[in-house]
Structure formats: structure tokens, C-alpha cells
Design a protein around this ligand. Structure first.
Ligand SMILES: [Zn+2]
Length: 264
């Protein structure tokens, strides 16, 4: 008999992205800010970065763990979806849905659904459909890597508890990789510097070196770009630095006098 798993501690915010370092680039400041406000945050990387020009999978795993520490995330995991081949298949949707049920996030941050890199825009649809599946009461998903119960011995079966359905309340899209007008920005003025350090934790990707130097800009250049983007979105929100997001729903307002961002 399988039992319903009781979650130990659910996440307030879970950011899902195709590659290790995507979250650091698109919404790391927001995650850090949430953690500083006492929220429990997490990151799910869909791939392990084995196609990267620089560094091994092990390098990137270590760097991702360092970055997670800097951003104060409570939970981080990388799935085994092939790098450069993120596909919206039933199997991949179930992998992500299992994580949604295990971590039970209130808010999920997905990549924006358009972009240059197919892994990025596919991760968006894959993530959305996985959030939907995770809430289906009649869909059985088993924890512990999800082996079908028939193939488990009794010890494994005891661990393989059925995960109860969960659907996040809110899904928002991080739009920094794409030129689209955000529906809101998050003020990261206070967390910008530390968030930049989290990005620099990916030493195999961002330290100045010979391999792939036509593809990878030097550190000073990355600093300038990161700052320019954060400043641009900051300007839109009337603050110094910000990160852009899009929500499909309309905004709900209780008191007109408290709507932020000056009009004139
Ligand atoms: Zn990426």
C-alpha cells in the first residue's frame, strides 16, 4: 500500500530553468531578496550542462552549489534531461511534476516562452505543463526517482511514497533573456552585488580564459552588461536595479493610492 507523502517543508518560490546559471542571470536577485525576507526558495535546473564549451559537469555542479549558497536558496537540484535537447515530452513533464509535488512551491518562476536558445523557450512550456500535471488528483507519481512500484523491493517500496497532488498558486516568467516589455519588475537594488557574486561563482564559465573567448565575454564586460540590464529595468520601476517579469494574469488593486511606480 502506498501512502501519501507528507511534505517536510514546502518552498515559497521555485525557479525552474534549462541550464545551471540561467537563474543567476535572470532572477537571482529576486530569489536572494525573497530569502532575505524569510521566504524558502529553490532552484530546479533541468540539465547538468554537459554540452558547455567550458568546464565539466562536475565543475558546474560544484559552481551551482556555491551559487546556491550565495543566493541563500534552501533547495537546488539538477535533473538529467540532456543539455541542448530539452524537449517537452511526457517523460520530462513527469520529472518536473514530481519535483513540484515534492517541493510544493507557492510561486514558480519559469523562463519566458520565446527566445534564441531552444532549451530556454522549451523549458517554459515544459514547466507550465508540468505544473498543470502536478495538480491532477488522479495522476499517480511516486517519489524516490519515480521507479514504478512493481519493480521495487519492500524496503524501496516503503520509501517510494505516493506524492500528493500540488499545483502552484502563481506562475511568473523571467524575461531578462528576451526583449519584451515586462508586466512588473522586482527591485533588486539591495541584492544586486551579491547576486553578481553568485553569477561569478561559475568560474569555469566567466573567469577570463583562452577557451571559447570569442563566445564568452571577459569578466569586466559581463559586469557592464549585467549592470546595464539591471539599471534599465530599474529605470522602468523608478529604482536603481531591477529584474523583469511577466505575468499572464491582470494585476489586482485594493487601494489606488498605494500603486507603485510614478506616472509623470
Ligand atoms: Zn541557458
Amino acid at each position: 500500500m502506498s501512502t501519501l507523502a507528507t511534505p517536510t517543508a514546502s518552498l515559497d518560490v521555485l525557479a525552474i530553468a534549462a541550464h545551471r546559471d540561467d537563474v543567476e542571470q535572470t532572477c537571482g536577485g529576486t530569489l536572494l531578496k525573497m530569502a532575505q525576507h524569510g521566504r524558502r526558495t529553490g532552484i530546479l535546473d533541468l540539465t547538468q550542462g554537459e554540452m558547455g564549451t567550458r568546464g565539466t559537469t562536475e565543475d558546474r555542479a560544484r559552481e551551482a552549489a556555491d551559487a546556491a549558497k550565495i543566493l541563500r536558496v534552501a533547495w537546488r537540484q539538477a535533473l538529467d534531461i540532456p543539455d541542448g535537447r530539452v524537449e517537452n515530452t511526457w517523460e520530462n513533464r513527469l520529472k518536473v511534476a514530481r519535483v513540484i509535488r515534492e517541493q510544493r512551491p507557492r510561486v514558480v518562476i519559469l523562463p519566458y516562452w520565446k527566445g534564441r536558445h531552444p532549451d530556454h523557450y522549451t523549458a517554459s512550456t515544459l514547466g507550465y505543463e508540468a505544473c498543470f500535471l502536478a495538480g491532477l488528483a488522479k495522476l499517480d507519481l511516486v517519489g524516490d526517482a519515480g521507479d514504478p512500484p512493481a519493480r521495487l523491493d519492500s524496503r524501496q517500496e516503503a520509501r517510494a511514497t505516493r506524492l500528493s497532488p500540488h499545483r502552484p498558486f502563481k506562475i511568473i516568467y523571467a524575461t531578462l533573456y528576451y526583449d519584451v516589455r515586462p508586466t512588473f519588475v522586482v527591485d533588486i537594488t539591495e541584492s544586486f552585488e551579491v547576486r553578481f557574486q553568485a553569477l561569478m561563482a561559475y568560474k569555469s564559465q566567466f573567469s577570463d580564459q583562452e577557451a571559447g573567448k570569442d563566445l564568452f565575454p571577459a569578466q569586466a564586460e559581463i559586469r557592464a552588461r549585467t549592470e546595464a540590464m539591471a539599471r534599465f529595468y530599474g529605470l522602468l520601476g523608478g529604482v536603481t536595479y531591477a529584474e523583469p517579469f511577466l505575468q499572464k494574469e491582470v494585476g489586482l488593486v485594493e487601494d489606488l493610492t498605494l500603486i507603485p511606480v510614478k506616472s509623470i
